[in-house]
Design a protein around this ligand. Structure first.
Ligand code: ATP
Ligand code: MG
Length: 411
């Protein structure tokens, strides 16, 4: 029978791949906790409206990438393509809209129907940080500093640049929108079909286009700087001052606009040149109106999401697995005392292994193969005397140790 393969665009995480993945997630979890973020976990599938309302009907994700299906009860459900919408929905569902701010860390699998390539999958994983209910630019700075800190802790901050922009407030965007429509209309014959269709509804998206021809036009497009209201300019100034105080380096890039209609003020991406076309490892910004779409009161939010697969690929090396201790019984009479020792080691939090069978030579070979740091050899004479041979497998040094002291020696 033909061997079955994982579904297109999905991958198994086995061995080194899984260790890289967990290292990214656990590092982010630990650092987010230092920033006061509490971890939430929401369902993998949601009412389709959770995403169609929050991402907007014209977004790429909603138009082309969602895994939506009707279940046996006739409900339209969608495998989540991102985390923010579910978090905003959960804020409302759990009655937390009066307990603000909420600072949330999130991780889990996401699903998008995309053309699979390096760093782009149909099931991928994100780490995500959101602060809900804070209107101050200090929240934006804290969220960005947290992202930068995660990249530093992973040892990849040298490969990554923070690109920062502002999308201003509503009035700034209205003025900018008009300027963009005027500019792109003058160049409409050179725009891609996708961008043409956005010209009226959301010209800001054209600035984000990945199409080569569009990008040449976008290069000459006006930026928002000249259209910022004094309040929006002040918000952006304060954000940059806070980032300086947090010692987070950034460059300004007026082309960072983020795809969604709800973004305002801060928009940012952490980008790398090391992953080809999939160069954005982390992206985020400030948004408004999402919580309202879920049936809650007006609540601002700011956050980011990063692709765990892309971060894993940037790690210089996979973390080593924990080196165990090998327990090696020699002879029938040693087996039960060896099992008792194995259990004591594990209960003391020490990784310990005992081969299911084999003589002394085989067991020591296996201990080397699993990269054990030490072997505890228990022969029948040792058992009778209440001792064990403790062998350091790196140096080969061996010493006799009272059985009662083995755990302490190995800790
Ligand atoms: P891209 O421009 O690469 O399509 P995006 O703007 O769609 O990214 P976001 O929705 O902002 O991405 O998601 C945040 C992060 O999640 C991205 O920066 C990326 O690291 C990761 N990501 C997004 N889509 C995928 C995917 N299909 N496979 C792997 N990682 C992904
Ligand atoms: Mg995308």
């Amino acid at each position: 029978m033909a061997a079955l393969q994982p579904a297109r665009g999905t991958r198994d995480l086995v061995g080194e791949d899984c260790r890289r993945h967990l290292h990214v997630v656990e590092t982010a979890r630990r650092i987010a906790a230092c920033y006061g973020m509490e971890e939430w976990s929401t369902p993998v599938f949601e009412d389709t409206r959770v995403f169609s309302r929050s991402l907007g009907d014209t977004s790429d994700v909603v138009m082309k990438e969602m895994y939506s299906f009707t279940d046996r009860g006739g409900d339209s459900l969608t495998l989540r393509p991102e985390a923010t919408a579910g978090i905003c929905r959960a804020l409302v569902s759990n009655g937390l809209t009066q307990s603000l701010p909420q600072k949330v860390f999130y991780t889990g699998p996401m699903f998008r129907y995309e053309r699979p390539q390096k760093g782009r999958y149909r099931q991928f994983h994100q780490i995500d940080v959101e602060v809900l209910g804070a209107a101050e630019p200090l929240a934006d700075a804290e969220v960005i500093a947290c992202g930068w800190h995660v990249l530093k802790a992973l040892g990849i901050s040298g490969d990554v640049t923070l690109e920062l922009n502002t999308l201003g407030d509503r009035d700034s965007r209205e003025a900018y929108r008009a300027a963009l429509v005027e500019y792109f209309t003058a160049h409409r014959e050179a725009l891609s079909a996708d961008s043409l269709s956005r010209l009226e509804r959301n010209p800001l998206r054209i600035v984000d286009s990945k199409d080569e021809g569009d990008r040449r036009i976008v290069a000459g497009a006006p930026t928002i700087a000249a259209h910022l209201t004094p309040a929006a300019a002040e918000f952006y100034d304060r954000l940059r001052r806070h980032l300086d105080a947090f010692k987070v380096p950034f460059v300004e890039n007026p082309r960072i606009v983020r795809g969604l209609d709800y973004y305002g003020h801060t928009a940012f991406e952490f980008v790398t040149s090391r992953l080809g076309a999939q160069g954005t490892v982390m992206g985020g910004g400030r948004y408004e109106g999402l919580v309202e779409e879920m049936g809650g009161p007006p609540t601002p939010g700011v956050g980011w999401a990063a692709g765990v697969e892309r971060l894993s690929m940037l790690l210089a090396s996979a973390p080593d697995p924990v080196a165990p201790v090998a327990v090696v019984p020699v002879g029938e009479a040693a087996e039960s005392p060896a099992l008792a020792l194995l259990q004591r080691l594990r209960e003391a939090g020490i990784s310990a292994e005992m081969a299911y069978r084999g003589n002394l030579k085989r067991r020591l070979e296996r201990a080397n193969r699993i990269k054990a740091r030490a072997a505890v050899i228990l022969g029948e004479t040792e058992v009778a005397r209440g001792v064990a041979q403790l062998k350091d497998l790196a140096s080969g040094a061996q010493a006799e140790v009272p059985l009662a002291e083995v755990v302490a020696r190995l800790r």
